[in-house]
Design a protein around this ligand. Sequence first.
Ligand SMILES: *Cc1c(COP(=O)(O)O)cnc(C)c1O
Length: 400
Amino acid sequence: MQPKELLDLAETFGNPLYVYDADKIAFQYKRLTNAFKVEKLRINYAMKALSNVSILRLLKNMGSGLDTVSIQEVKLGLHAGFTPDKIIFTPNGVSFEEIEAVAHLGVQINIDNLSILEHFGAKYPKTPVCIRINPHVMAGGNENISVGHIDSKFGISIYQIPHVLRIVENTKMNINGIHMHTGSDILDVEVFLYASEILFDTAKQFKNLEFLDFGSGFKVPYKKDDIETNVEELGKKLTKRFKEFEKEYGRELTLAFEPGKFLVSEAGYFLAKVNVVKQTTSTVFAGIDSGFNHLIRPMFYGSQHSIENISNPKGKERFYTVVGYICETDTFANNRRIAEIHEGDTLCFRNAGAYCFSMASNYNSRYKPAEVLWKDGKGHLIRERESFEDLLQNQIMVDL
Ligand SMILES: *Cc1c(COP(=O)(O)O)cnc(C)c1O
């Protein structure tokens, strides 16, 4: 999107504001469907990245399915118009009752724990279940988000497959899918293909599979010269291998992925106004009307979101440390080169589509921002800015 378009939206809808570009989401979706040329492909959008129901509907209209991690996400997906057969539930550490309730809604469940598997299989031997394995491959870009390694809480260890097979035999339950999600940020296609071989090996041991789910971890660039997952190369290599496996297995299977970040990260822009420019002996701070209550990734994961001054895009570049208004240190960027900033200017953060609004909170009793979907050259308000009533909602002032 152009700086002028974004600035107009900030003027119309106010600051701070999240803006999502529908064309970019569609572009990324098509990149995936073009890269994997198999007979049956399923892209299940991992909605925890950005869960606004209008975004869900947009993806539904493109043909996407949905990957969910809580029953509330399942209900939002159904509300947005997804049918249960287009949703997969991949939770971790949730209660048996929650898994049971989701299965009753007709949604495919994915189990990543031996005790739950045994309990579920004994109670519902006819309900198809997918198994999430842990292939023990380190493929993450960040300690918090690499989930395939040996001590991870995710998935059933591949060393425990004999135990899984015993449970399946004893309960006569129906395993229809094998899944892995090795962690965010695949930097190396070969590492991913290596993990895929482990998934194929595991799959051979189950006779009634309908799909193989390779999770996600597609990395997108955040700053110039960042490595990005080569989706086209991965597509070519995995497609070939997948077709070989289908022959070996003796049946056509669905190839599934569940990307979050890849679909929505680059489509998102976060706009915030500069309240103060403050010069100290060594640093120039630009303080914005936001903080980690609205965008926590820089503080939580150390993410480097690129920042532009859209009020003065052609201005001379100077060094700024961009900070928030929260009453503890909340630094968005340290000593960044940004076009000269004046108080009242609007800054634009890129890659603000994934894990940004969905991680926002009301810390410091601030309102959550509004969200706008940019489609067909028009800004559609898809979430109102919160108001004072929202802060009081559900609170009870007891008569002391
Ligand atoms: C979070 C998550 C994803 C999406 O990961 P991205 O890095 O956003 O693509 C996919 N699958 C599962 C099971 C997840 O928990």
